[in-house]
Design a protein around this ligand. Structure first.
Ligand code: GLC
Ligand code: CA
Length: 604
């Protein structure tokens, strides 16, 4: 008996061993027939990075004058390393009378003294590069300050500069020949006519923004060449690329043979007065097809520069609020021309808000991915210095879910300073209002409709004087009142915080091949619950569940075909009762308003 048992044991052992061998052979055979492991293409430095927008005036003040500066930025570069940011882009730092806070440049080749010196800029770039952070500048080609030499020379008709700007004679008034009329009914983005009279030149010049920001004439070869020179200058100084400002406005319809400009049709919007943008339908002042060749030429310069110098790719990011067709054309023409590396995707700003359903979210996200030309890189933007801050447009309890979307969707994540800690709009009184858009168009009762100041209040580093932004108690814009509750230091110390969620997701983003290379599936499971699934054969699946609504809602996960088993909570929004490591079964799951769960599962 004993003997027999032993024999049986040996026999069983042999059978098991044989079985295992056979099993692995079968597995090997099957595996060799199945899909090969994905070829993981090397990504260029920018294709899956996080780009962080700095508004230099409001990021960090080093010299205590209440205004942010370059040394301040340099002193905080470690923040980006810690947060997992790959590149910063800075709103303009060039010499400017500051009518539009740097978007009215008077010297494109030098640094605004309030912000520092050329040496400070060089130091910033050097340190950033040592830390592995790329530095992008803001390129403002549409217009120059009326204090720039380009403008003063053009106004004085200095040879070579006469046509640098868009000059036009008055229209004659049929009823009164001595009356001077503007050349057309076009309206500036900041209100009022685009035409401003120059006594010196005895002509009107065109400005699509403030009257101190004269529009360059992009039909003039000299202007196009000068723009290339400026771009090259800063690339040589080490800039890693540009955000391209206000690009849809580069061209306006040209005058006819008699020098006459056509009027725009009236929009019929009865709530607006004739001085307000939107009173006319802008068919002559934006999205003109001619502008794309200019953008494509800038891309050629960037490619050429890389080839000549062996530098890393210099990226071009187009700021363009335009319809989807005109937006996608910035990527290139899909035949023979490359364009910007990407146009900013403003859908989360212009098309989604606190009232949007999960279906609206799924629809808008999929829309970008559907229209984007093959092989291009997507991007997601949740705020900037021109828009209300992200939690102020949506809801406070959506901060983590929105940051999770930004960080988990395919492509580049763009973060505006403060989004990583959920900063909200500050309150700015009419007396403290600085923004030209509000000063031009607003009055004490309605200025907040136009003001961009609330999104530009200084960054909240900690709860000390002026939120750690400045040692000065007086800052160029007041500090938002909520800085003691919402600041970086407090969020680093708290057990759970927006910053900790952001950082965890930014880490996940860097470490998971699924997120850099995987497929995506974006779906509304119910009216309120949005699901994003990122998956890739042999890699873990990453799932975001997000209740974008205001009521609890239950979703059935069995409806998502890529999810086949229980999921583990990797991270959750700060008010969620689910904590890291919890299991979510495949089945029904109820999410509270604003709740976001970031889950992982083994490959399906
Ligand atoms: C862009 C900038 C904005 C500026 C405008 C004119 O839209 O983001 O701040 O006022 O261009 O340069
Ligand atoms: Ca300063």
């Amino acid at each position: 008996m004993q003997k027999w048992c032993k024999v049986l044991g040996i026999t069983l052992g042999v059978v098991v061993v044989l079985g295992v061998v056979a099993g692995s052979i079968t597995w090997a055979v099957l595996a060799s027939q199945g899909p090969p492991p994905p070829e993981i293409k090397d990504l260029d430095w920018w294709e899956h990075t996080i780009i962080y927008q700095i508004y230099p005036r409001s990021f960090k003040d080093d010299n205590g004058d209440g205004i942010g500066d370059l040394k301040g930025i340099t002193s905080k570069l470690e923040h980006f390393v810690e947060t997992g940011v790959g590149a910063i882009w800075m709103s303009p730092i060039f010499v400017s009378p500051m009518v539009d806070f740097g978007y009215d440049i008077s010297d494109f080749y030098d640094i605004q003294p309030e912000y520092g010196t050329m040496a400070d800029f060089e130091e910033l770039v050097k340190k950033a590069h040592e830390l592995g952070i790329k530095v992008l500048l803001d390129f403002v080609p549409n217009h120059a300050s009326t204090e720039s030499v380009y403008f003063t020379r053009s106004e004085a008709r200095t040879p070579g500069y006469e046509n640098y700007f868009v000059w036009a004679d008055p229209r004659t008034d049929p009823n009164n020949a001595s009356n001077r009329l503007v050349p057309s009914n076009w309206i500036s983005q900041f209100g009022g006519s685009v035409w401003e009279w120059s006594d010196t030149r005895q002509q009107y010049y065109l400005h699509q923004f403030a009257k101190e920001q004269a529009d360059f004439n992009f039909r003039e070869t000299g202007v196009k060449i000068e723009m290339l020179n400026i771009m090259r200058f800063w690339m040589e100084k080490g800039a890693d690329g540009y955000r391209l400002d206000a690009i849809p406005h580069l061209f306006e319809t040209a005058p006819d043979a008699n020098g006459m400009y056509p009027d725009e049709p009236l929009s019929g919007n009865m709530f607006l007065n004739p001085d307000q943008p939107g009173y006319t339908t802008q068919i002559h002042v934006r999205d003109l097809i001619d502008l794309y060749d200019v953008v494509y030429a800038w891309r050629d310069l960037s490619d050429q520069f890389k080839e000549e110098t062996g530098s890393d790719t210099k990226i071009m990011l187009a700021e363009a609020y335009a319809n989807i067709t005109m937006t996608m054309l910035y990527y290139g023409n899909e035949r023979d021309r490359q364009g910007a590396h990407f146009p900013f995707n403003f859908d989360f700003i212009t098309s989604l808000s606190a009232g949007s359903s999960a279906r609206d979210f799924a629809y808008m996200i999929n829309r970008w991915l559907t229209y984007m030309p093959y092989g291009k890189v997507a991007n997601w933007v949740f705020g900037n210095h021109d828009q209300k801050r992200m939690p102020s447009r949506f809801r406070d309890n959506m901060v983590d879910g929105l940051n999770a979307l930004n960080l988990l969707l395919p492509g580049v994540a763009v973060t505006y300073q403060g989004e990583e800690i959920g900063m909200k709009d500050g309150y700015i009184s009419w007396e403290d209002t600085k923004d030209v858009s509000a000063c031009n168009q607003g009055n004490p009762d309605n200025y907040l409709e136009y003001s961009r100041d609330p999104a530009r209040t200084p960054y909240h580093w900690d709860s000390s004087t002026s939120a750690g932004f400045s040692t000065n108690t007086s800052t160029w814009l007041p500090i938002a009142q909520d800085y003691r509750e919402i600041n970086l230091e407090a969020q680093k110390e708290a057990p759970r915080s927006h910053y900790k969620v952001y950082k965890a997701l930014s880490y996940l983003r860097r470490s998971e091949t699924t997120l850099s290379h995987g497929h995506h599936h974006i779906q509304a499971l119910t009216q309120n619950v949005l699901v994003v699934v990122r998956y890739l054969v042999t890699y873990d699946t990453i799932v975001l569940l997000f209740n974008v609504g205001t009521v609890p809602d239950t979703a059935d996960l069995t409806r998502v075909e890529m999810i086949t088993g229980p999921l583990t909570v990797y991270e959750s929004s700060i008010h969620s009762v689910r904590v890291n490591g919890n299991t979510i079964q495949l089945g029904e799951v109820t999410l509270q308003p604003g709740e976001a769960l970031i889950l992982r599962a083994p490959p399906t």
